[in-house]
Design a protein around this ligand. Structure first.
Ligand SMILES: C[S@@+](CC[C@H](N)C(=O)[O-])C[C@H]1O[C@@H](n2cnc3c(N)ncnc32)[C@H](O)[C@@H]1O
Length: 357
């Protein structure tokens, strides 16, 4: 097999030849490597450092080239790193990358389901990074990650979670999506809601520490806490909503979805820029973190009112001037989150359009 060398973070890796730029996969039947997921991997290293990985045991359950697991072993100094993949070519490449980078880590050819069943409660951090949906893989890690362990979950079935395939979302996640301006936040919250319900079946709570949308995927890091009290606490943050025009109300058909915070403040304040994870993104997460779910989009407000939208900065300063909490959001460059109600938002929008206060 012919491989090429790439550098991610502080680590040089051998990977399958791939197309430059954002592309979903390697060429042909090669071991999977997606350069567009470098930020996703950077964030996992930054997260593990902020969480204080220390001597904890890490399982990269779907490792492909080992890009994530090898980087975790080299850059986060976890106590133990184990990587798995079903494909023998992937396992060979992971072993090459372990040798090439000279890190202390192990690789096994095994399924994530089987390995965790045979090693119950062994791992403090389990990474679930499948093709498409995590649903077929989630339950066993949710049951058997160690107490106060973390599950890191990627979902790339964004079209399902965002409501392009509504019925599939209902079947797969037992939740109704909404294909509107907020669909990426709704999709992320449906994914978390699914994880919370599935974890609660085993009397465990799931608390999001860091959750985001990036281009073609959703990602959430969930702290798993033992006990019915935590399970019930997590379930109490699931809600349904009704979206119309440019705003939303409780108790509608959309959901159930997670309505609690997407981030944990302590994790955010411990995050350091790393590779493609820059301070600007950390600052945006920190500023939107304490605001309620969902956001307004200046373009949607523009179509609703029949006016050209003002600059986002101007609208934000109008709302701040009225004393409302307001922030940009990582979900969209034309959107903002605020505590203000819809009528206050519309008044500020009008003033920002008119250029007066
Ligand atoms: C999207 S890739 C993982 C990418 C990798 N985490 C990275 O950051 O580059 C998914 C991988 O999961 C493997 N896989 C599929 N089903 C699996 C299972 N049940 N257990 C373990 N690995 C599996 C596939 O062979 C594939 O290499």
């Amino acid at each position: 097999m012919k491989y090429v060398s790439v550098t991610e973070g502080e680590t040089r890796l051998m990977v399958s030849p791939h197309r430059p730029g954002r592309g979903p996969r390697g060429i042909g039947k090669d071991v999977f490597y997606n350069p567009a997921m470098e930020l996703n991997r950077d964030i996992s290293i930054a997260f593990l450092k902020a969480w204080g990985v220390g001597d904890k045991k890490v399982l990269d359950g779907m490792a492909a080239s080992g890009a994530r697991g090898v980087r975790i072993a080299r850059e986060s100094h976890a106590g133990e790193v184990v990587m798995l993949d079903l494909s023998s070519d992937a396992v060979d490449l992971i072993q090459r990358n372990i040798d090439f980078t000279d890190v202390k880590a192990q690789v096994h050819r095994d399924s994530i389901e089987n390995h965790i069943l045979e090693n119950r409660y062994r791992y403090d951090y389990i990474d679930i990074d499948p093709f498409g949906t995590p649903v077929p893989f989630f339950t066993i890690p949710a049951r058997f990650v160690s107490r106060n362990g973390v599950l890191a979950v990627t979902a790339t079935d964004t079209a399902v979670l965002c409501g392009t395939y509504r019925e599939k979302c209902v079947r797969r996640y037992s939740a109704v999506p909404e294909n509107n301006w907020c669909c990426h936040e709704i999709g992320l919250r449906i994914l978390i809601g699914y994880c919370v319900r599935e974890t609660a079946r085993y009397d465990r709570g799931a608390e999001p520490l860091l959750s985001y949308y990036d281009g073609h995927h959703f990602r959430t890091y969930l702290l798993i806490r033992e006990g019915a009290k935590y399970a019930d606490g997590s379930l109490s943050s699931l809600d349904n909503y009704r979206f119309s025009n440019f705003s939303w109300e409780p108790d509608g058909p959309t959901g159930p979805l997670w309505s609690g915070p997407l981030f944990n403040r302590d994790i955010l304040s411990g995050l350091q820029p790393l590779g493609k994870l820059n301070q600007e993104l950390i600052d945006t997460w920190s500023s939107e973190c304490s605001l309620p779910p969902f956001f307004y989009d200046t373009n949607v407000l523009g179509s609703h009112t029949g006016r050209s939208p003002p600059a986002l900065k101007k609208l934000i300063s109008e709302l701040e001037g009225e004393g409302h909490g307001v922030s940009r959001t990582h979900f969209s460059p034309t959107a903002f989150k605020t505590e203000a109600d819809a009528s206050s938002v519309l008044r500020s929008f009008d003033r920002a359009c008119a250029g007066t206060r």
